[in-house]
Design a protein around this ligand. Structure first.
Ligand SMILES: CSC[C@@H](O)[C@@H](O)C(=O)COP(=O)(O)O
Ligand SMILES: [Zn+2]
Length: 271
């Protein structure tokens, strides 16, 4: 066999092997799922104009979408595959670059996530602006007593979801000119809020992760619902949560104890 044709054969068999990482009849294969999810996310306004994206970890393989492409038009062959341990690419589609969100996705996988979703949802962006205007740059988004909060997990290593009376807190970090430069502040926010499965990025969007695809997707839906509601609540001058002053904390504690007190006692003390 001529040397040239041997090299051609070898490189086409490498390409075929790499394709096996993303080509599958199963709708549940990560490469198929990323494309399917991004089509839904586009329809929900989460990955408009090439922004946003989704990544899935399956065993030792991390599946990542390409950069700067219409996320709703992606095909499984466009997907990059990285080894979780070495962080080397096992598959790089020619003439495409991996998503600029990759370092942020990896930060979520270092937390034990199985899926990470990045959206440019307008509700998420608006919430970051309202928090900055009304509570300052260092504040996080806080809300309580909304049924959909029950769709949010309590935190890493904790069983179950938040309850109706629990306060949901989502940290907010400042945007940077380049997506990859968000990594350090995102990791800082995760350290400061170890229960958070999501970090808002001011004037940009949100990163959300979960143990698996279903958990990440349903959390993304719950949070987007809550953000939209929060924006509408603010228009109606409704509070997201009770003020956390010492007095506010005392009142909250007192209210939680009034059921055991004689009727009228509460109103006599605090008319
Ligand atoms: C509209 S461009 C948005 C990008 O700069 C970025 O914020 C983003 O979310 C997507 O990055 P990408 O590299 O295309 O996966
Ligand atoms: Zn983005």
């Amino acid at each position: 066999m001529a040397a040239e044709s041997f090299e051609e054969d070898a490189s086409s068999s490498v390409a075929a092997k790499e394709d096996e990482l993303v080509i599958s009849d199963s709708a549940q294969h990560p490469a198929n799922l990323i494309c399917e999810l991004c089509r839904k996310f586009y329809n929900w306004g989460w990955v408009t104009g090439t922004g946003g994206g989704t990544s899935i970890r399956h065993g030792d393989h991390i599946f990542i979408a390409p950069s700067g492409v219409q996320k709703e038009m992606m095909q499984p062959r466009d997907i990059f595959v990285m080894d979780f341990h070495t962080r080397n690419y096992l598959r790089r589609p020619p003439s495409l670059k991996p998503s600029a969100c990759t370092p942020l996705f990896l930060a979520a996988y270092d937390q034990g996530a199985g899926c990470c979703i990045h959206t440019h949802s307008q509700w998420a962006v608006l919430v970051t602006l309202l928090v900055e205007r009304d509570l300052g740059k260092d504040a996080c988004f806080e809300i309580e007593c909304i049924e959909q909060i029950k769709g949010v997990p309590k935190g890493k290593g904790k069983q179950g979801n938040l309850g109706y009376y629990d306060r949901l807190r989502i940290p907010i970090i400042e945007n940077t000119a380049h997506e990859e430069d968000l990594k350090d502040t995102l990791e800082g926010a995760i350290k400061k809020y170890p229960d958070a499965y999501a970090v808002l990025v001011r004037r940009h969007g949100i990163y959300i992760w979960g143990d698996n695809v279903v958990k990440a997707k349903t959390l993304c839906e719950s949070l987007d619902y809550i953000f939209q509601l929060a924006v509408e609540m603010r228009k109606q001058k409704l509070l997201w949560a009770k003020p956390q002053t010492t007095w506010g904390k005392f009142q909250a504690w007192f209210e939680s104890t009034t059921t055991t007190l004689p009727s009228g006692y509460h109103t006599q003390l605090y008319p």
